[in-house]
Design a protein around this ligand. Structure first.
Ligand code: NAD
Ligand code: IPM
Ligand code: MN
Length: 367
């Protein structure tokens, strides 16, 4: 088998800081597990804009289409906030998602035992939590036309359009049912069928797909009630499937069930490639965190766990993914904490690279 290829796009803010720790872990797999990757690195977001005047060059886009998996840090930052919409850093990421057709965004929210008492919710509400949000990623209000800011009479109007075709709903629903089959066989679909026609269609199509999965217990919830239920008793959920915008918001909410946004990985998957594996991009759920960028404070775990998802979904290395996840779990159990996992606690936090050191030490210990 040829060496699997991985394109790394560190991006902006804390993106390069957390990615540096992932690179050390990739090197560890090469030297200690004889698991090597053909790694290339390129620019995305503001970093790409600074060099190319665009947040993703055509050349980088072509490379992303060509590799077995892409790993992205984060994009965006205040320096770029006033740029024209078409060249904002975030557009680089959206272009990757759209052109690679990464329609299923898997955002697992798992509460590690060691962090159960750190969540802003009561320990019993979050301990043992393990849910999977499947967010539709290439359609909906993020991409619907018409969109823009237009003149209307003597004022301007900002327009975005929520739009879903049956086939777009069907493919993400199927993906979510397949995941539910491998988990606790419970799927909750969230939309606003009470006020949006796209929600009515969403509910209808998900129900139809559900007929092919009689073993999966399917339920439906309005997304606002879903947000409430996620904070009231999140352990009632196994897999949640929802649209692009609701999925964006609900996954940030779910992040706080686990203790910190710095903990949540994600996998964005498309159709299978020639090798049978899905086209894929892996990235933490968090952003570029301008408030802590450049200070060595960022928690690298979300990005490291995103690489673990790549090992599992793109490289057929489920055991090695579990090894990495277990190393993270042991590091947390031993009390190692970056600043975001300490809150008001007085003790000194680990830096980003010290957290990387701790995880590498646990990987060594696992051999
Ligand atoms: P953010 O996720 O960057 O930060 C929110 C809060 O969480 C901040 O207080 C930050 O310090 C903290 N945080 C996030 N990740 C952390 C980590 N790994 N370790 C410790 N603390 C962490 O969201 P924001 O501030 O709303 O957005 C900042 C920029 O990032 C914006 O330009 C936004 O568009 C962009 N963004 C990018 C992505 C992405 O690249 N996938 C995702 C979300 C936001
Ligand atoms: C995310 C981010 C992105 C989104 C932005 C940066 C385009 O918030 O990945 O959750 O809204 O999808
Ligand atoms: Mn988001």
């Amino acid at each position: 088998m040829s060496t699997p290829s991985l394109l790394i796009l560190p991006g902006d803010g804390i993106g390069p800081e957390v990615m540096a720790e992932v690179r050390r872990i990739i090197d560890w797999y090469g030297t200690k597990r004889d698991l090597s990757f053909d790694v290339s690195e390129d620019l995305v977001g503001g970093a790409a804009y600074d060099v190319h005047g665009a947040p993703l060059s055509d050349d980088t886009m072509a490379k992303a289409q060509d590799v077995d998996a892409v790993l992205l840090g984060a994009v965006g930052g205040p320096k770029y906030d006033s740029l024209d919409f078409s060249v904002k850093p975030e557009r680089g990421l959206l272009r990757l998602r759209k052109e690679m057709d990464l329609f299923a965004n898997l955002r697992p929210a798992q509460c590690f035992d060691a962090l159960a008492d750190f969540s802003s919710l009561k320990t019993e509400v979050v301990s043992g939590l393990d849910i999977m949000i499947v967010r539709e990623l290439t359609s909906g209000v993020y991409f619907g036309e018409p969109r823009g800011i237009f003149e209307e009479g003597n004022e301007r109007v900002g327009i975005n359009t929520q739009r879903y075709t049956e086939s777009e709903i069907e493919r993400v629903a199927r993906n979510a049912f397949e995941l539910a089959m491998k988990r606790d066989r419970k799927l909750c679909s969230m939309e606003k069928a009470n006020v949006m026609e796209s929600g009515v269609l969403w509910r209808e199509v998900v129900t139809r797909v559900g007929a092919d999965y009689p073993e999966v217990e399917l339920s439906h919830m309005y997304a606002d009630a879903g947000a409430m239920q996620l904070t009231r008793w999140p352990k009632q959920f196994d897999v949640i499937v929802t649209d692009n915008l609701f999925g964006d918001m609900l996954s940030d909410l779910a992040a706080m069930l686990t203790g910190s946004l710095g903990m949540l990985p994600s996998a964005s998957l498309g159709a299978p490639m020639a090798n049978g594996r899905p086209k894929a991009l892996y990235e933490p759920v968090h952003g570029s965190a301008p408030d802590i960028a450049g200070q060595g404070k960022a928690n690298p775990i979300a990005c490291i766990l995103s690489f673990a998802m790549a090992l599992r979904y793109s490289f057929d290395q489920g055991d090695e993914a579990s090894r990495l996840e277990a190393a993270v779990e042991r590091v947390l159990a031993a009390g190692h904490r970056t600043a975001d996992l300490l809150g008001e606690e007085g003790r000194a936090p680990l830096s980003t690279s010290e957290m990387g050191d701790a995880i590498l030490a646990e990987l060594d210990a696992s051999l």
